[in-house]
Design a protein around this ligand. Structure first.
Ligand SMILES: [Zn+2]
Length: 99
């Protein structure tokens, strides 16, 4: 497997994972619970990581690059629960309502 994406914000990594899933790519989350180890490891080692199979890597990377290159829009507020969502999210991270 190969590392496709990592970020200190687990929500962003999960968002990327959902996007891959929507595109039919299986991926694995590593370090999901490593934040508790902070202090023993350097902070970057505790970031959640998204890994994909070799066969899917190129496609997965292209999808993530596309996601990262989207113009940074405005954060938006969920009409259902009122949570603030990153501009790159298509659905509310909290309640999964459509934007
Ligand atoms: Zn919501």
């Amino acid at each position: 497997m190969q590392l496709v994406y990592t970020h200190e914000n687990k929500i962003l990594v999960e968002n990327a994972r959902n996007l891959l899933r929507e595109n039919g790519i299986d991926s694995r989350l590593k370090n999901e619970y490593a934040a508790g180890a902070m202090g023993d490891l350097s902070p970057i080692q505790t970031w959640p990581e998204l890994w994909a199979d070799e066969a899917d890597y190129a496609k997965a990377k292209a999808i993530i690059d596309d996601l990262l290159n989207r113009p940074a829009g405005q954060a938006w507020y969920c009409p259902q629960c009122g949570e603030e969502n990153d501009a790159s999210f298509e659905v509310c991270w909290h309640c999964q309502s459509e934007r």
